[in-house]
Design a protein around this ligand. Structure first.
Ligand SMILES: O=C(O)CCC(=O)C(=O)O
Length: 488
């Protein structure tokens, strides 16, 4: 339980911690879960991030992995944690949100912000709020629990709080700073839709010099609890150590979560289609029934197995053979996710590659999604597993070509641009060097074919996981030139 001194600290400063909650074993379970289900990605801005695929929301995101992974849900339902939250926010509590904040060495600060504003007004637009607090609630709650999965200190980017700032209202200065300098620019995994489109950023009428600022080093297993109104930020990671944390957010059941889902708008500020999002009642009762409340996701056993198997392909953990099985994997994945192919037969002379893919999908027409999932899992289970390390482009000829200027970043970019334009049947002007490949809607097998064709063109073997590590045309081209030169 929280002591009187801790409660007073929370009331006066807007946060309390570090508090010992999780044992080393509990922390290891969560960390291993995240480590086993990620891929390293180099973003267009050069930041290397841990990328996670959310198998319930069906999108790559650091958000809400507790919806799929039990160890994470258990962490945020832990009785020793919930009993403390009850002391602060009452008995009836819903967990509505979690987020992995993994700060890799070299990543930047997270700027000053409050949790309340991100969910009441900085949503996809100011009319569609993520959280709508009850009008009768004079003290709305969106309580954050920040859990250290690794030791966090001033060198690797610990949290900072402006003591007492929860008592003041801060004006939001919309668009007053460039999007690339936004609150979360320091950890690029956390961009919102607006930030990704470079359209929008927000800052606050807040000056840290006016406040008593407290840095809060935290050991793995300890937590910090803070209010939705306290101004907080985190320092850059200047160390060579990763700083992984995960947060959970809790509301009272009379707060509406994503109320606009009822009107058919399902995309939140992080770009998630939240039609499968749900809240977990961690204590007390929900007398209001405004929200979708469940203990567990609604995916059945077959779909869970399909998702777990798809992750093996996504994270590059299986060897995909260069034979008809590769097309079968493609076709079954399409059938499992989208059902029967509704596309007109493609002209094989004009678009041979598209025709092959069309055929690969169309051959499964009439097979139920469930059966396609089972066939997909069966097929993938016969493939050998492989080392996930990204190997470098190792053909010495490539390095020679780079040295001689026959192969440049620009020529690799041009090749990739033309290839993608042809594959997607769009104009080359529509392909952008900084847009992640997945945004073009490439399936995993299209990506793998692209990588092997690129390898053929370069004259070297490339890892099928290349795009998981380097996610845009620009970063792939840079990497290939640098990696091949580094080899000679
Ligand atoms: O973990 C961090 O570095 C920042 C966390 C944060 O800003 C938040 O929980 O709102």
């Amino acid at each position: 339980m929280l002591t009187d001194a801790q409660i007073k600290h929370f009331q006066e400063k807007g946060w309390v911690g570090p508090i010992d909650i999780f044992s080393p074993g509990e922390i290891t379970k969560v960390r291993e879960c995240l480590e086993n289900n990620h891929k390293m990605i180099v973003e267009a801005n050069g930041q290397e991030i841990m990328g996670f695929y959310n198998n319930v929301l069906n999108i790559e995101t650091p958000r809400d992995h507790h919806l799929f992974y039990e160890p994470l849900a258990n962490m945020f339902r832990h009785p020793d944690l919930i009993s403390r939250l009850n002391q602060i926010a009452g008995l009836d509590l819903l967990l509505w949100y979690t987020n992995v904040f993994c700060k890799m060495p070299g990543q930047g600060e997270i700027k000053w912000h409050q949790a309340i504003e991100f969910y009441t007004s900085s949503d996809i637009d100011f009319e569609k709020k993520t959280l709508v607090y009850s009008p009768d609630d004079r003290d709305p709650v969106n309580l954050t629990v920040w859990v250290a999965l690794e030791d966090s200190d001033r060198e690797n980017g610990c949290m900072r709080f402006a003591n007492g700032s929860h008592r003041k209202e801060f004006e939001i200065l919309q668009g007053s700073i460039p999007a690339e300098e936004g609150v979360f620019a320091g950890i690029s995994a956390h961009k919102t839709v607006w930030q990704r489109k470079q359209e929008y950023s927000l800052s606050y009428d807040f000056d840290e010099n006016d406040w008593e600022i407290e840095e809060v080093p935290v050991k793995a297993g300890q937590v910090v609890i803070f209010t939705e109104r306290v101004m907080h930020s985190s320092l850059p990671n200047h160390s060579d150590r990763r700083r992984m944390a995960i947060i959970g957010r809790y509301i009272r059941p009379h707060t509406k979560v994503y109320p606009y889902r009822l009107k058919g708008d399902f995309i939140d500020e992080n770009g998630h289609n939240i039609k499968r999002h749900f809240n977990i009642l961690v204590s007390g009762r929900d007398r209001y029934e405004y929200n979708v409340v469940r203990d567990k996701h609604d995916l059945d056993e077959t779909e869970v197995k399909f998702q777990v198997t798809s992750n093996l392909i996504r994270f590059g953990r299986v060897e995909i053979p260069e034979d008809k099985r590769k097309l079968e994997i493609y076709g079954l994945e399409k059938q499992a996710i989208e059902g029967d192919c509704q596309e007109q037969e493609i002209n094989p002379i004009l678009h041979p590659r598209k025709y092959i893919e069309w055929q690969a999908w169309n051959q499964f027409k009439g097979i139920s999604r469930e059966k396609a999932m089972k066939m997909y899992c069966e097929l993938v289970s016969t493939l050998p597993r492989k080392d996930t390390q990204v190997s470098t482009a190792n053909n010495i000829d490539v390095a020679r070509k780079v040295r001689k200027g026959q192969l440049t970043v620009a020529s690799i970019q041009n090749w990739l641009t033309s290839y993608l334009a042809e594959l997607l049947e769009i104009d080359v002007d529509e392909i952008e060097e900084n847009t992640p490949f997945e945004r073009y809607g490439l399936s995993s097998s299209e990506a793998i074919t692209l990588i092997s064709d690129l390898g053929d063109w370069l004259g070297c073997e490339l890892p099928p996981t290349l795009f998981y590590s380097y996610s845009t045309i620009g970063t792939v081209a840079e990497y290939l030139c640098q990696a091949s030169l580094a080899k000679v």
